[in-house]
Ligand binder design. Structure first.
Ligand code: HEM
Length: 157
């Protein structure tokens, strides 16, 4: 087995863990909290549960990024970034950059505090907003995964 195959397997495993976790949070955790937990307690519980996943997701995003850049280098595929037909390469890098920014910069620096302050004033609306943001990120991630699998196997021309 060559290094690129190993990097590809680690890349996909990292993506499965990370986007799978985002799916669970978006499609199961947040809707359950909004349905069955009193508004004032929702954010606390959400932060406790998602905080645990966020720590793991940091590792997956780093692994996905490292293996992604490694494969791009080994496949000598940087020139794909100048071709629109390789939109799925741009999409992968964009999704990775957004999550990396949120997990490593926005959340610790200001996002956490901003969400807390907003939830003091409007607990119901804040969790709805958090859920909508998750739906948006998850949708973009799904399109990216589908595009990447099709593109990497030559199905997009
Ligand atoms: C820095 C960010 C990333 C880079 C540089 C990168 C790069 C790559 C490269 C070079 C490949 C192999 C393409 C080929 O064989 O022609 C690949 C495959 C793939 N990537 Fe990424 N990637 C990144 C992030 C992501 C993210 C965030 C996702 C998911 C949302 C993702 C999902 C996939 C999938 C599903 C495959 C296809 C595996 C297969 O079916 O063979 N990647 N990536």
């Amino acid at each position: 087995m060559d290094e690129i195959s190993i990097a590809r397997a680690v890349h996909v495993l990292a993506v499965v863990h990370w986007i799978g976790g985002v799916s669970l949070v978006t499609l199961v955790l947040l809707p359950s909290l909004m349905q069955s937990i009193p508004a004032a307690e929702r954010l606390n519980l959400f932060e406790r549960i998602e905080g645990r996943f966020a720590r793991q997701a940091k590792i997956s995003t780093v692994l996905a990024g490292l293996t992604g850049f490694y494969m791009t280098q080994r496949l000598d595929a940087w020139d794909r970034l100048s071709e629109p037909s390789f939109w799925w390469m741009h999409a992968m890098i964009a999704v990775w950059a957004i999550f990396t920014f949120v997990l490593f910069i926005a959340e610790p620096l200001f996002l956490h505090r901003w969400v807390r302050d907003r939830a003091m004033r409007d607990p119901e609306g804040t969790l709805l907003l958090v859920w909508r943001m998750h739906v948006l990120l998850l949708s973009v991630s799904f399109v990216t995964v589908a595009g990447a699998v099709l593109g990497a196997h030559g199905a997009l021309g």
